[in-house]
Design a protein around this ligand. Structure first.
Ligand SMILES: Cc1cc2nc3c(=O)[nH]c(=O)nc-3n(C[C@H](O)[C@H](O)[C@H](O)COP(=O)(O)OP(=O)(O)OC[C@H]3O[C@@H](n4cnc5c(N)ncnc54)[C@H](O)[C@@H]3O)c2cc1C
Length: 385
C-alpha cells in the first residue's frame, strides 16, 4: 500500500520504518525544512526500549543515553514522596534518560537509509481529502506555511503523527492546554547518576534532574504558563536562587542567561477513537498528556509498532485503547498532586507516601505504571524482555 505520514518527530519515523520494512511505500511529510536533533531529555521506559529493539535501534540509543534505575522525589524538607526502583518489578529492568535529539537522530538516520521511504521536509500538511482514489494531502511548503501550495498523489492510508499541536485531530477529540508547563535546560555535568530525582515545595514548585547521557542532565522546573511573563520580568538571577534553594544539587551555573532556558507547555488530548476513514492518529496528535508519568514518547513508539501489527485501522484503535486511556487518566489524575495551584493537596500526598510505599502491592502498581505496562487499574501487559 501507499502510506502518507505527517510528522517526523517520534511516532512518524518509527511508523515509517515499520511500514517500509513490511513492504509498503511511504512518503513522510515534515513541516521543518531541515530537522535537527534538538530538545530536552526524556525518559524512555522498558516499553519504548522494546520497540526500539524491534527496529534495530536499541544499541544506538543505549550508547547515547544514561541508564536510569530509580525515580525519587522529596519535599523541600527532605520527606520522601516518591521512591520507585525499576528492579522492584524485575531484576535488571531499567529506563533510559536520553536527549530527544539523540532519539530523533537514531530514527531519522534509519528512515533516511530506508529505500521505500521518501522524505518531504519543509512540507506542512493542512488538509486530508478523501477521494475515490485515496486520501489526498495538501498544504503549503515551508515551516511557517508561507510557501506555495502543493497536493499529493492519493494514498491508501494516512498517518497523522504531527504532535501535540497538530491542527488535524481525530473526530470528537478534545484538546486542552494544561495551565502548567515546564522550563528546562541542559547542563554538562551529572550530580546524581542513575536517578531521576525531583524536589517539591507543596504543589507549586517542582524541580527535577534527569541524567540524559554523555555526562549531561536535563533540568526541569514547573511553571504556570500564564506566569511566564512574570518569570521573564523577574530576571534570571532571582530564578537561579529559587532553584538552588529548592535543590542545591542542580548545576544551575550552566544557565548564564534566559536564552539557555526553554518553556515547554503541556496539552491534554482525549479522543474516542484514533482512526477515521483512511486516516489514523499516532502519538501526541491523538493522545497528548502531561509528562508526569514519562510515557508520551513511549506510547508514540508503541503506537507505531501496534499499527504495523494491526490488520486494519479499527483493530489498531482497539488495540491501543486500554493502555492509552489508563495513562491519559492517570497523568490527568496525578498531575495536580505535583504541579498545580492547589497546595492543599500536598499535605495529603506527603502524609500517605510513606505508608503507601511500604505496602508491597501499591509499590508494585506504581513501578508497573512507571515501566509503562499498565492497561487498567488491575490489568497490565507483559513486562518486555
Ligand atoms: C517537558 C516535556 C517532557 C517530556 N518528557 C517525556 C518523558 O520523560 N518521556 C516520554 O516518553 N515523553 C515525554 N514527553 C512527551 C514526548 O516528548 C512526546 O509524547 C513525544 O515527543 C510525542 O511524539 P510525536 O511523534 O507524537 O510528536 P512530536 O515528537 O512532537 O513530533 C511531531 C512532528 O510533526 C511535525 N509537524 C507538526 N505539524 C505538522 C504538519 N501539519 N505537517 C507536517 N509536519 C508536522 C513537527 O514539526 C514534529 O516534527 C515530554 C514532553 C514535554 C513537553
Amino acid at each position: 500500500m501507499r502510506w502518507g505520514i505527517l510528522g517526523g518527530g517520534t511516532a512518524g519515523p518509527a511508523a515509517a520504518l515499520f511500514l517500509a520494512r513490511a513492504g509498503h511505500d511511504v512518503v513522510l511529510y515534515e513541516r521543518v525544512e531541515d530537522p535537527q536533533p534538538v530538545g530536552a531529555g526524556i525518559l524512555l521506559q522498558p516499553t519504548g526500549l522494546a520497540v526500539l529493539r524491534r527496529l534495530g535501534l536499541l544499541q544506538r540509543v543505549l550508547g547515547r543515553g544514561e541508564r536510569i534505575d530509580r525515580l525519587s522525589g522529596h519535599t523541600a524538607s527532605g520527606r520522601m514522596v516518591l521512591d520507585l526502583a525499576y528492579g522492584d518489578l524485575r531484576e535488571g529492568l531499567h529506563g533510559l534518560g536520553i536527549h530527544r535529539g539523540a532519539l530523533f537522530s537514531a530514527l531519522w538516520d534509519a528512515v533516511k537509509g530506508e529505500p521505500r521511504v521518501t522524505l518531504c521536509t519543509g512540507h506542512t500538511v493542512t488538509a486530508i481529502d478523501e477521494t475515490p482514489d485515496g486520501a489526498v494531502l495538501s498544504g503549503l511548503r515551508g515551516h511557517d506555511g508561507e510557501g506555495e501550495l502543493w497536493r499529493s498523489e492519493p494514498f491508501d492510508r494516512v498517518v497523522v503523527a504531527a504532535g501535540a499541536r497538530s491542527s488535524l485531530r481525530p473526530p470528537g477529540a478534545s484538546v486542552k492546554p494544561y495551565p502548567w508547563g515546564a522550563l528546562w535546560f541542559v547542563a554538562h555535568q551529572n550530580p546524581l547518576p542513575g536517578v531521576l530525582a525531583q524536589r517539591f515545595r507543596d504543589t507549586r514548585q517542582m524541580v527535577g534532574i534527569l541524567p540524559s547521557g554523555e555526562g549531561s542532565v536535563s533540568v526541569f522546573w514547573s511553571l504556570r504558563a500564564d506566569a511566564l511573563p512574570a518569570w521573564c520580568a523577574a530576571g534570571i538571577d532571582a530564578w537561579k536562587r529559587e532553584v538552588a534553594a529548592l535543590m542545591p544539587e542542580v548545576p544551575i551555573d550552566a544557565v548564564r542567561s534566559a536564552d539557555d532556558v526553554i518553556f515547554a507547555p503541556y496539552f491534554d488530548v482525549v479522543s474516542p477513537t484514533w482512526h477515521h476513514g483512511r486516516t489514523v492518529w499516532l502519538g501526541d496528535a491523538g493522545h497528548a498528556m502531561s509528562p508526569q508519568l514519562g510515557q508520551g514518547a513511549n506510547l508514540a513508539l508503541q503506537d507505531a509498532a501496534a499499527l504495523a501489527d494491526a490488520p486494519d485501522l479499527a483493530t489498531y484503535s482497539r488495540a491501543r485503547s486500554d493502555q492509552v486511556r489508563f495513562y491519559s487518566f492517570a497523568s490527568r489524575a496525578l498531575t495536580p498532586f505535583f504541579q498545580s495551584s492547589w497546595p492543599i493537596l500536598a499535605p495529603a500526598r506527603d502524609l500517605v507516601a510513606g505508608p503507601l510505599h511500604a505496602w508491597g502491592w501499591y509499590r508494585r502498581q506504581m513501578v508497573a505504571s512507571l515501566v509503562g505496562v499498565k492497561t487498567g487499574f488491575f490489568t497490565e501487559m507483559g513486562v518486555p524482555e
